[in-house]
Design a protein around this ligand. Structure first.
Ligand SMILES: [Zn+2]
Length: 433
């Protein structure tokens, strides 16, 4: 193994320190002017964070390799400062058996850009009729701990209860895409003034909030862990705050796009009205929701940031609004968006960012090798970030196979300079190694 000396990095934004990485671990921290290393990385002015962990990534393989592959998706993750991503189960075939999750897990090992932890489907084929092979996926080489029908909601209360009961046996968690299906039939964007003016079918906040409330009650009733995916409304925040005040084991995530963008983008944006680049599920909400989500992430009611990176090929996005696919890519812009929404506004410092983007998601996903503080003996998963620059977002410069970023034309702060996975650089000087 090579030895790498990182010179003058500001760990969590603190005073400059040298960090020596050896044999996949953080070996020493301090003034290491005399240390010998195979490679030296100048980190003057850079913030060092523990490698980021995403609980919610769509890698699209197997089945939609035209949108993304494990190889390109993990390249995008490394460029975004991630050392581990959870790969969602809504692939083709669906990741609902030990065989498919092991296939995704192996593809991740071969790619080597970051760790890939497969998420298992809750129900067979995401059909919401019978439970998938949860135990077999948990016992497989992929050691699945997070289960989700994401893209669809486990709307049947009996099935949701059974899933919550089942995963307790192996300390698993059900990650729910909260969307009451009958209330959102044909829904196109947030139900409100903008949807009314544009004449598009609304996606009401209550369709999310009703499922979250039900699931919190179910999780408490059976004494299990619940994780709420991509919380998007102020009302959802209130319900989760209430559930946590009861001591229930409920965690939640928010996406970068729900922290920065509102539904007004569908009407007035530099890219023009009715631009489906802003079509996403759950939809972009109002400025009041954005304010509540930021406060909830700051005070810990929402535990973590998860990208919901959802690549789509051009032909599925550049069409009329109603026909366009839902979702946006996010791995390579997550940290800059969080800096813009949370750090520049004084709501989080870098220690808070490390907690919400590395430590807590690793804990929720039970990834023992990730999310640890940068200290001697910890796995050398480290991201070096330059918060001082501002740059226009350039979709053509991204590693993702898809280009559906809602930030095109916007200027965002920050740049990931280097990422280290167990002491090995996956990104140096902003480029893939
Ligand atoms: Zn979802």
């Amino acid at each position: 193994m090579t030895t790498i000396l990182i010179r003058g990095a500001r760990i969590l934004g603190g005073a400059p320190r040298d960090i020596l990485l050896r044999d996949g671990l953080v070996a020493e921290i301090g003034d290491l002017a005399d240390a010998r290393a195979d490679q030296t990385v100048d980190a003057a002015g850079l913030v060092a964070l523990p490698g980021l962990v995403d609980l919610h990534t769509h890698l699209r393989e197997p089945g939609r390799e035209d949108a993304e592959t494990v190889e390109t998706g993990t390249q995008a993750a490394a460029r975004g400062g991630y050392t581990a991503v959870h790969a969602m189960a809504n692939t083709s075939p669906v990741a609902d058996t030990a065989g498919v999750v092991e296939q995704v897990w192996r593809l991740g090992q071969e790619s080597g850009h970051c760790d890939v932890q497969p998420v298992g489907a809750v129900t067979s084929g995401l059909e919401g009729r019978q439970l998938a092979e949860l135990g077999a996926m948990a016992d497989s080489a992929a050691r699945v701990r997070v289960f989700s029908d994401d893209g669809k909601c486990v709307s049947d209360a009996v099935l949701m209860r059974r899933a919550l009961e089942y995963v307790k046996a192996f300390d698993g968690v059900v990650a729910q895409h909260a969307q009451e299906p009958r209330l959102t039939e044909g829904a196109q964007l947030n139900e409100g003034e903008v949807s009314a003016r544009l004449g598009l079918t609304g996606w009401p906040a209550v369709a999310e909030e009703a499922i979250i409330a039900r699931d919190c009650l179910l999780a408490a009733h059976v004494g299990s862990r619940l994780h709420v995916c991509h919380v998007s409304t102020a009302g959802s925040v209130e319900i989760i705050r209430w559930a946590k005040s009861k001591g229930w084991d409920v965690t939640a995530e928010v996406t970068p796009h729900h922290l920065l963008l509102t539904d007004s983008r569908a009407e007035t944006s530099p890219l023009g009205p009715y631009n489906p680049i802003y079509k996403v599920n759950p939809p972009l909400r109002t400025a009041e929701d954005v304010r509540a989500l930021r406060e909830a992430l700051a005070d810990g009611t929402i535990d973590c940031v998860a990208t919901d990176h959802a690549p789509h090929p051009v032909e599925d996005k550049e069409t009329e609004w109603a026909a366009a696919a839902m979702g946006m890519i996010g791995l390579e812009t997550a940290l800059p968006v969080v800096q813009e929404a949370m750090v520049e506004t004084g709501l989080l410092d870098w220690a808070g960012v490390a907690d919400r983007m590395s430590a807590r998601p690793a804990r929720i996903g039970r990834l023992a090798g990730h999310g640890r503080p940068i200290e001697p003996g910890a796995p050398a998963n480290v991201t070096l970030y330059d918060p001082s620059v501002r740059r226009p977002v350039d979709p053509t410069a991204m590693a993702s196979k898809s280009r559906n970023t809602p930030y095109e034309g916007m200027t965002l702060p920050g740049r990931v300079v280097a990422t280290f996975l167990r002491g090995r650089p996956t990104v140096l000087e902003g480029k893939l190694v």
